[in-house]
Ligand binder design. Structure first.
Ligand code: PLP
Length: 412
């Protein structure tokens, strides 16, 4: 946990959260630069393996700038993320563009920017890129995202590598991939990629993936295709609750063992691992109430601020920022008019009253990026802390900005 209490004051890297609360209206996200850096250094131990930060996890320009400084490339899944990565100054040769639904405009933009690699996910996309290559008189480097048909043993909604999932091209269609690579003159197959899901802790899942990808590169070799890049995806699990710390040494050994004699460059695309544990969401208790025998705390953050509990039933630890020694059992809920707007059911907290503050923990990944304006509520600010300093890295919206985006047609 990034918060520590000194004299009952909650601090992150020496910055008092209570001071932040005095200056900045809740709810707000706070990230610890130290924790992100530590996570980066923890995973940056794989031999000859490049890290491409999965921008979707947290795409704030300050976080991207930090990742670039730490030495990461960028893995992007939309033209917006691609523009963010370029704007943050990532070397274009360190950007990979993937995603199951890239439009022609997206692809042309990526091609014109000469990024390292576009990972394609369908035969149609392969044909489209080849025709764009013809039109632009270019040979385009592509990777193929393989769907290896491996169950990640993670939540159904964050599993991506089973045959029935929409992602990648089935490993069973490798012959067809080879035929098309030979047929399409404006494509160079330079890489393979895969990503079977998120929040994976079981080493044997990584082992299965690595073995299948190694076999696939062997098939390519037999067909005289020497790839330059093998992208093993993200999915490295973090601890939200009782999960064991991921055994990165075991994964490192597996990479060594499986790919030791290969010439291609290996990359990974961690997102959650780098940022999840580095963030908290600070929220105020607006109201407390008792319905039936349940003590509800209604907070100013809701499912539109942080949707993972409502969307995935995800567990996130919640702590009280006050220092009341008495405890009680609470259900913590947001203000949104949806019954799924619950952050935690029946948890023990220091006794709370309206006006107290809570921190929802481990919200650095897939949190702010999934926030919305549902119920016409502003997106919250984000704050980055670094060694006793803090900086607002995204301003709070205001409601008039939101309303102004709507256009009333002149017939009304
Ligand atoms: N790579 C791809 C292709 C993904 O789709 C994702 C997440 O969905 C990631 C990497 C990052 O995954 P994680 O945040 O679990 O590391």
């Amino acid at each position: 946990m990034i918060i520590n209490f000194e004299n009952q004051q909650p601090l992150i890297e020496g910055v008092s959260i209570n001071d932040l609360i005095e200056k900045i209206e809740t709810p707000f996200y706070v990230y610890s630069q130290k924790k992100i850096t530590e996570s980066f250094n923890r995973i940056n131990i794989f031999n000859k393996t490049d890290i491409f930060y999965s921008v979707k996890a947290n795409s704030n320009q300050a976080i991207l700038t930090l990742m670039k400084k730490l030495g990461a490339g960028a893995d992007v899944v939309s033209i917006g993320e691609l523009k963010r990565a370029i704007e943050a100054g990532f070397d274009k040769n360190k950007i990979i563009f993937e995603g199951v639904g890239k439009s022609q405009t997206d692809l042309e933009f990526a091609i014109n920017n000469n990024i390292r690699q576009i990972n394609i996910e369908s035969f149609e996309e392969m044909g489209l890129i080849n025709s764009l290559g013809k039109k632009l008189n270019k040979n385009i480097d592509i990777g193929v995202r393989i769907n290896p048909d491996i169950k990640a043993n993670t939540q159904d909604k964050i599993s991506t590598g089973r045959k029935k999932d929409k992602f990648g091209i089935s490993i069973e269609l490798i012959d067809e991939i080879l035929t098309l690579v030979k047929k399409y003159n404006n494509l160079n197959l330079v890489g393979l990629s895969c990503h079977v899901g998120s929040q994976i802790h079981e080493i044997n899942v990584f082992e299965k993936v690595f073995n299948k990808m190694k076999k696939t590169t062997d098939i390519l070799k037999k067909n005289n295709i020497k790839i330059k890049f093998l992208d093993l995806g993200g999915g490295f699990g973090v601890t939200y609750n009782q999960e064991k710390k991921l055994d990165l040494n075991a994964i490192s050994n597996l990479i060594d063992k499986t790919f030791r004699n290969e010439e291609y460059n290996i990359s990974i695309e961690p997102g959650r691992f780098l940022v999840a544990n580095a963030g908290i969401l600070v929220t105020k208790v607006i109201t407390s109430k008792k319905n039936s025998d349940i003590n509800f705390l209604i907070t100013d953050a809701g499912m539109q601020t942080f949707i993972r509990p409502a969307l995935y039933n995800a567990f996130h630890k919640i702590i009280g920022l006050n220092n009341n020694n008495k405890k009680d059992i609470y259900t913590v809920a947001g203000p949104i008019c949806e019954s799924s707007d619950i952050f935690a059911n029946s948890i023990e907290l220091p006794k709370q009253k309206s006006g107290d503050f809570l921190a929802i923990c481990d919200v650095g990944a897939y949190a702010f990026v999934m926030a919305s304006n549902y119920n016409t509520i502003c997106l919250p600010p984000e704050i980055l802390i670094n060694e006793k300093n803090y900086s607002i890295i995204r301003k709070k919206e205001n409601i008039s900005e939101i309303i102004k985006k709507d256009i009333i047609p002149d017939w009304l």
